[in-house]
Design a protein around this ligand. Structure first.
Ligand SMILES: NC(=O)c1ccc[n+]([C@@H]2O[C@H](COP(=O)([O-])OP(=O)(O)OC[C@H]3O[C@@H](n4cnc5c(N)ncnc54)[C@H](OP(=O)(O)O)[C@@H]3O)[C@@H](O)[C@H]2O)c1
Length: 372
């Protein structure tokens, strides 16, 4: 791999971004076909069920003879028949002589198989080192796909806003609005990028939220998910009222009354019963259920109690925290994360990557806690 390879892989990663909001549960992928560093065609996976990036990049080369050319791809090419034919076939049919990838595909159907097939057919294959900047960038771009492929569970991004003194709401439960307008606009964009938005019934009852992404260019509204053991979600609330805009899933338990779950089902809510010995084991069961429904990413929007159960389950992969310039005080005012918490400072969850930036009047901290 030389500097030219790195530049073309960077370009492939950049192209892959164009599929964001459109391809889940598939990964974001971009590809560039070149000869002697000269770009012949570019492509990206633009929509679920549509052609993969490699096929698009080859098609973008038109009638040119590609024999002996190189393709740079942000993710190892697939070698299985899925919604579309295998990309390894397209690469071989085009006569490409060299394939360079920025990241591996950890799913069981891939895991180096695509590259193995190409190598067996005489194609020269190279991969960016996992700890190289472009390798890291490519993997970070596909954290939801990677976690889902490896564990069957969605990638969890917790988004929240607190006061300077770490409160989510006042002692009376009022939380509108802690963060500034630009922060809330950004949060709406994030909703448009995930497969699901999750709250606890405490938040659903206190705030009666709609949880839709209210920004232009939304390809698909996220599924709204409420953790509600006793099926208390009101039938006349805004979540049920907006069911035609986006699906609502209720994560409940056997403690819920049949009449309540039947009424919610009749209103179009999907009711999923999970079991487990404690709240955090029920969080894991719920995540497995959502993963089976092709939810690869979710945004956990609170409140404190549910966030605590996710934290105790070890299931917060990234925290996006807006700290707003106001103080609320109050012993009863909820903090960011409830639950049991850790015993000792040595047990604290620490970010593998941390960034901070000003958004409106707030300070946004993004703490990436896990690397998939
Ligand atoms: N500032 C912010 O960004 C922000 C964001 C969200 C919320 N808030 C505020 O936070 C407050 C609500 O927070 P909250 O902590 O009271 O409620 P919550 O976390 O929204 O909901 C907690 C409830 O979820 C239910 N639940 C169901 N399954 C669970 C599981 N496996 N683990 C944990 N909980 C489960 C439990 O009730 P059942 O046992 O009855 O099911 C639990 O009491 C409101 O005042 C809201 O305005 C602020």
């Amino acid at each position: 791999m030389d500097a030219r390879d790195v530049a073309l892989l960077e370009r492939a990663v950049e192209l892959a971004e164009r599929g964001r909001r459109h391809v889940s549960p598939n990964p974001l992928v971009g590809a560039v076909v070149s000869r002697d560093g000269q770009v012949l065609g570019e492509g990206w996976h633009a929509e679920l069920g549509g052609p993969h990036a490699e096929v698009q990049a080859i098609a973008a080369c038109g009638e040119q003879d590609l024999t002996g050319a190189t393709i740079h791809v942000s993710l190892e090419p697939c070698c299985h028949q899925g919604r579309t034919p295998p990309c390894t076939d397209a690469i071989l049919a085009a006569g490409l002589a060299r394939v360079v990838v920025a990241s591996d595909d950890p799913s069981t159907k891939a895991s180096g198989r695509g590259l193995g097939i190409l190598r067996d057919e005489g194609v020269q294959v190279a991969s960016a080192p996992a700890d190289s900047p472009v390798g890291l960038r490519a993997r970070r771009q596909n954290q939801p796909f990677r976690k889902h492929a490896r564990t069957g569970l969605p990638w969890v991004m917790m988004k929240t806003a607190t006061s300077l003194d770490g409160r989510l709401a006042t002692h009376s439960g009022d939380s509108r609005w802690i963060s500034s307008g630009p922060s809330r606009d950004l949060a709406h964009q994030w909703r448009a990028e995930v497969d699901a938005v999750v709250v606890g019934i405490g938040t659903a009852l206190a705030d009666d939220p709609q949880l839709t992404a209210r920004v232009p260019g939304v390809a698909r509204q996220p599924r709204r998910v409420v953790f509600d053991s006793e099926a208390r979600l009101p039938l006349d609330g805004r979540l049920v009222a907006s069911i035609d805009e986006a699906p609502v899933t209720l994560i409940t338990s056997r403690a819920a009354s049949r009449s309540a779950t039947e009424a919610l089902t009749a209103s179009g809510v999907e009711v999923v019963v999970v079991s487990g010995q404690n709240e955090h084991s029920r969080v894991r069961s719920a995540l497995a259920e959502l993963g089976q429904r092709d939810v690869t990413s979710l945004m956990l929007e609170g409140g404190s109690h549910l966030a605590g159960a996710f934290f105790d389950a070890g299931e917060i992969d990234e925290l996006r925290l807006f700290v707003a310039p106001l103080l609320l005080g109050g012993r009863q005012a909820p903090g960011l994360i409830g639950g049991e918490g850790v015993e000792r400072i040595a047990d604290a969850a620490r970010p593998v990557e941390l960034t901070r930036q000003a958004v409106g009047d707030d300070l946004l901290t993004i703490a990436r806690l896990k690397e998939w």
